[in-house]
Design a protein around this ligand. Structure first.
Ligand SMILES: [Zn+2]
Length: 421
């Protein structure tokens, strides 16, 4: 879909909303309480400002109160065609026409240059999780031969991938990294004896360093993808590897400023709010998994006009500093380029009488730098180029930075002292 949405996309959204309102007791209650009649919604802006969001935890709480499916349901059980379980556990029944994201995954597989008949090694979990089976089905539908690897048992995984001659890897980048040691332990050369050519990387952040390491170990071209347990696949890289293309065909995706709720423009960071389009056994309207993305400006060199995104991180730890949204994962991407640095904290204050916020990066040092002043200067310059604001750099022993500030949650990485000084 386009962002901001076109008139046709809004019309399809309103049609879905009317369908859901007529069938789902939960959403009828929510929309009645908000005083919204779907057929009377005139514009996307009216939808955005009047239809309440569905919080990620709301569905789980609702299913506990009305087991097993909750009252989000829009169809009677006789119409279910399949059952899907995601962590929680959350129970998602599907209609026969709901393909659970398989059509967009097939397109994403084609964009990686996978050939029909190639052997694919899927290493996502198949146990009480949606990811493994979903990817398995998509690769099969595309015409590949698929190994149901699953997780764990790394020596056996190496053996099976080698014996079948797998040329495509699909799973987390960390599990792929984890296969190098057992391969060497079995006297195999991960580049020569394993023949992985391309990889579908998902469910974890693929950092530039990890991408380089895996390419040098396995000789593999990795394609980053992201999705969400309830709403399925969301975006994936093309061969240009310049951000992930949004491949939402049956999702209406909004990208909103986490503080104001206003739509963000290309170049900005926005929180994803997604509505599933078309009939669903268990529909989700304005579902907010609390994920933030940067929307990339300009067209992709590959020619695909769809919007491109970079995953930034969870919304809760984002702070607006000097008018710019900053997520600790962006700061971490810079600090992790310096082997001398570990955990960090960003202290934001607004000195009285001054016009702008003041940001200090307290960078935890794990080994003494040869030239502390030079390091602080280079760090400051790279930060400014990445997060677009100037920060004062203070090098401190890593022990002075709370452990809870560290990745991947960064719970205490941003300290806001504005309004308290
Ligand atoms: Zn592209």
């Amino acid at each position: 879909m386009a962002w901001p949405p076109t008139r046709e996309e809004f019309a399809r959204l309103r049609e879905t909303l009317a369908w859901v309102y007529a069938r789902s007791p939960h959403y009828r209650r929510v929309l009645d309480e908000a005083g919204v009649r779907p057929a009377a919604l005139a514009s996307y802006d009216e939808f955005r400002t009047r239809v309440p969001r569905t919080d990620k935890t709301e569905l789980a709480v609702n299913q506990r109160a009305h087991p097993p499916f909750g009252d989000f349901l829009a169809v009677p059980h006789e119409q279910f065609a399949s059952l899907h379980t995601s962590p929680g556990p959350i129970y998602i029944p599907r209609l026969a026409e709901e393909r659970g994201g398989t059509p967009v995954l097939v397109e994403a597989i084609a964009a990686m240059g996978v050939r029909r008949g190639e052997v694919v090694h899927v290493t996502l979990s198949y146990h009480v999780m949606p990811g493994g089976l979903r990817l398995h089905r998509a690769f099969e539908e595309y015409g590949c031969l698929v190994i149901n690897g699953g997780t764990g048992a790394s020596r056996l995984q190496v053996q099976v991938a080698r014996d079948y001659g797998a040329t495509v890897y699909a799973g987390t980048p960390s599990f792929l990294a984890h296969l190098g040691a057992p391969a060497r332990g079995m006297c195999l050369d991960p580049r020569r004896d394993l023949r992985y050519r391309v990889g579908f990387s998902t469910a974890e952040t693929l950092t530039p360093a990890l991408r380089r390491d895996l390419d040098s170990t396995f000789g593999i071209e990795l394609f980053d993808h992201c999705g969400e347990a309830q709403i399925g696949p969301l975006a994936g890289e093309c061969r240009a590897h310049e951000g992930m293309h949004l491949h939402a065909r049956d999702l209406f995706c909004e990208f909103l400023d986490p503080e104001t709720g206003e739509p963000v423009a290309p170049g900005g960071i926005g929180e994803l709010v997604a509505t599933q389009l078309g009939p669903r056994a268990l529909p989700l309207i304005r579902y907010a998994p609390r994920d933030a993305f940067r929307l990339l400006p300009d067209a992709c060199p590959c020619g695909d006009p769809s919007l491109r995104l970079r995953f930034v991180g969870q919304v809760g730890v984002i702070k607006k500093i000097k008018g710019v949204l900053v997520h600790p994962a962006q700061v971490h991407a810079v600090t992790s380029q310096f082997p001398e640095l570990g955990r960090f904290q960003v202290i934001v204050s607004h000195p009285e009488g001054e016009r702008y916020d003041h940001a200090v990066l307290r960078a935890g040092v794990v080994r003494p730098p040869g030239d502390p002043q030079g390091l602080a200067q280079t760090l400051g310059e790279r930060l400014r180029a990445t997060v677009l604001i100037r920060m004062e750099i203070e090098l401190v022993p890593e022990a002075d930075v709370p452990e809870a500030a560290g990745p991947p949650r960064f719970a205490e990485a941003m300290v806001d002292r504005r309004g308290t000084a």
